[in-house]
Design a protein around this ligand. Structure first.
Ligand code: NAD
Ligand code: USQ
Length: 379
C-alpha cells in the first residue's frame, strides 16, 4: 500500500508517517516546511532539536520505506505532478496551519490560515478529479468544529439524529458547525468542501475530528535522536497540557486562561498515530457521505488539569484574563465509538507520560525561550 502523507514533517504527521512505514506502507512525506519557518519567525523553534528534513528521512529509512517530496499543497501543478507519479492508495492530509491563536493574531494570519487550509484541501481534491484518481483520503479535522458543549447531548460523530419540528419527521443532519477561531472555521469549511467532493465525484473520505494532542514522542520517534518529534510550548503553538507540564518543569506559573472551567477532549500523540493507521484501513463505502470519527481518548477540565499538575510538580497556578472568546465553563461528553469499533484502546492521562514530557523539557530547557511563553493573540 502506498501512502502519501501531506504535512508529514509536523508534530502529528511525523510520528504517524513513521508508524505507517513500520506497519508496511510505502510512505511519501510531502511538506513545504512552513511550520518550521513560522516557528523561526515567532522566535519559538521546536524545543526538541528536530533534525533537518534530509537527516530525518535518512534515519526514517531504518524504520521502513519512507521518502520526502518538497511540496506546497496549494500549488496545483506540483501537486498533480506528485500524484501522477505516486498514484497513492491512501492520502493522509495533515498539511494545514493548525494554531487557533496564530490564526487570530491579525489580518495577515487570518488570511494566510484560510488561504492555506481551505485552498489546500480544495486543490487536493480538484487535482484528484483531474487525474481520475480515487484514493481514500483521511483528513485531520478538529473537535472544535462542534463547539464545546453538551447542549445537544454527547457529541456524536459528525451527524445528529433530529426530529423536524415542522413535519415531525426523524432525519439525520450534519452536526451544526460552531467554530471558535479562524483556524477552527477552516476545518468547518474543509468539511463542507469534502462533503461536496464525496457527493459529486464519489470520493471515499474520512474526517478525523481530533481533540488536543499531548505528549512528546512515540516508541518509534523516541528510539533514535535523529527521529525526535517536534515539541511546542509557546503561547501560539503549544497546546494546553504540554504547556502546563513544561511550565511546571521550568518553575513558571501555570497559565490558566479565565476560570479554568473549560473542558476539552485530549489524545496522546502515540494514539494519534495508531488511530490514523486504523482509519486508513477502514474507508467508508463508495458513494457514502464523509465518514467522521471523533479521534479523542478522554475529556478533561483545564483548571483541574492545572491543579493536578501543580500538586504533582510543586508548581503554582496563575489565572490570566482569558485572551480568547470562549465559554468560561462548559460540560463536554464525546463519543469515540467509531475508532473503538476498529480496535482503538485509548491511552489515558498517566503519570509516566507526563513525566516523559517533564524529562524532555528538562533535557532541552537551554533551548527554551521564556519570552514566547505568553500568547500574543487576542480574540
Ligand atoms: P504542525 O503544524 O506541526 O504540522 C503541520 C505540517 O503541515 C507542518 O509540517 C507544515 O509545514 C505542513 N504544512 C502546512 N501547510 C502546508 C502546505 N500548504 N503545503 C505543505 N505542507 C504544509 O501541526 P500538527 O499538530 O502536526 O497538526 C497536524 C494536523 O492535525 C493539522 O491539520 C491540525 O489541524 C490537526 N490537529 C492537530 C491537533 C493538535 O493538537 N496538534 C489536534 C487536532 C487536529
Ligand atoms: N488554555 C489555557 N492556558 C493555556 C493555553 C490554553 O487555559 O496556556 C485553554 C484555552 O483557553 C482553551 C484550552 O485551554 O480553552 C485549549 O487550548 P489549546 O491551545 O490547547 O487548544 P486549541 O487552541 O483548541 O487548539 C488545539 C490545536 C488545534 C486542534 C485543537 C483540538 O492547536 O490544532 O484542532 O486543539 S480541539 O481543541 O479539540 O478543537
Amino acid at each position: 500500500m502506498k501512502a502519501l502523507v501531506l504535512g508529514g514533517d509536523g508534530f502529528c504527521g511525523w510520528p504517524t508517517s513513521l508508524h505507517l512505514a513500520a506497519e508496511g506502507y510505502a510512505v511519501t512525506i510531502a511538506d513545504n516546511l512552513s511550520r518550521r519557518a513560522i516557528a523561526a519567525q515567532l522566535g519559538a523553534p521546536s524545543l526538541t532539536p528536530i533534525r533537518p528534513i534530509e537527516e530525518r528521512i535518512t534515519a526514517a529509512k531504518r524504520v521502513g520505506d519512507v521518502e520526502f517530496a518538497p511540496l506546497d499543497v496549494t500549488d496545483p501543478v506540483a501537486l498533480q505532478a506528485l500524484l501522477a507519479r505516486l498514484t497513492p492508495d491512501v492520502i493522509v492530509h495533515f498539511a494545514e496551519q493548525r494554531s487557533a491563536p496564530y490564526s487570530m493574531l491579525g489580518d495577515a494570519e487570518r488570511r494566510f490560515t484560510v488561504a492555506n487550509n481551505v485552498n489546500g484541501t480544495n486543490t487536493l481534491f480538484s487535482a484528484l478529479v483531474e487525474l481520475g484518481q480515487r484514493p481514500h483520503v483521511v483528513h485531520l479535522g478538529t473537535m472544535g468544529v462542534y463547539g464545546y458543549s453538551d447542549d445537544l447531548g454527547e457529541l456524536q460523530e459528525g451527524y445528529l439524529d433530529v426530529r423536524v419540528a415542522q413535519t415531525g419527521r426523524d432525519v439525520t443532519i450534519g452536526y451544526p458547525a460552531n467554530p471558535g477561531s479562524i483556524y477552527h472555521l477552516t476545518k468547518c469549511l474543509d468539511h463542507t468542501l469534502m462533503q461536496f467532493y464525496a457527493k459529486n465525484w464519489g470520493f471515499q473520505i474520512t474526517d478525523l475530528h481530533q481533540g488536543i494532542v499531548w505528549g512528546t514522542d512515540t516508541a518509534i520517534t523516541g528510539s533514535d535522536e535523529a527521529l525526535i518529534n517536534r515539541f511546542d510550548y509557546d503561547g501560539e503553538y503549544g497546546t494546553v497540557l504540554n504547556r502546563l507540564v513544561s511550565q511546571a518543569a521550568i518553575g513558571h506559573p501555570l497559565t490558566v486562561y479565565g476560570t479554568g472551567g473549560q473542558s476539552r477532549a485530549f489524545i496522546h500523540i502515540s494514539d494519534t498515530a495508531r488511530c490514523v493507521h486504523l482509519a486508513t484501513g477502514a474507508p467508508p463505502e463508495p458513494g457514502s457521505k464523509v465518514q467522521v470519527f471523533n479521534q479523542v481518548a478522554e475529556v478533561h477540565n483545564v483548571g483541574a488539569l492545572a491543579q493536578m499538575i501543580a500538586d504533582r510538580m510543586e508548581a503554582k497556578v496563575t489565572h490570566l484574563d482569558n485572551p480568547r472568546k470562549e465559554a468560561a465553563a462548559n460540560a463536554l461528553r464525546v463519543s469515540n465509538a467509531g475508532l473503538r469499533s476498529l480496535g482503538f484502546a485509548p491511552h489515558t492521562l498517566q503519570d509516566s507520560l507526563m513525566d516523559e514530557i517533564a524529562a524532555t523539557v528538562g533535557r532541552y530547557q537551554d533551548r527554551l525561550n521564556r519570552d514566547v511563553i505568553l500568547s500574543k493573540a487576542r480574540w
